[in-house]
Write a protein that binds this ligand. Sequence first.
Ligand code: MG
Length: 137
Amino acid sequence: MFIALLNCNANIYFANLQKYQNSTGNTNTNNDTMEKLRADLHTFASIRDWRPFHTPKNLAMALSVEVAELTEIFQWMKGEESHDVEDDIRKHIAEEVGDVMIYLTMLAEAFDLDPLICAKEKMKLNQKKYPAPEILE
Ligand SMILES: [Mg+2]
């Protein structure tokens, strides 16, 4: 039952990912690394002279605002409705996920952290804190 639930969620995830990639024409490639994203963000901000405004405090606040914008999309939606949204809403979700990723990446960079490594390390801690239940046969 537990494994079936995981497989079901994974299938929904991959179906939605495929739908998003088909609608945007974007697929993640090996060229889209965290390192390249960090470099692109650094260049984008530098040529606009925005770097002085990117203090950790400001980046954390901007991240919080973008998470709120993402959350607002789902405000008042019923839980089941949030699984299958219209294409324009999916596009809006993608834009806000992008904003969140941008500010998260910039905030992490301010502390010389890689968000992917942070997530992997946190998953290890979570695995210890919340061990998988015994699977009944
Ligand atoms: Mg936004």
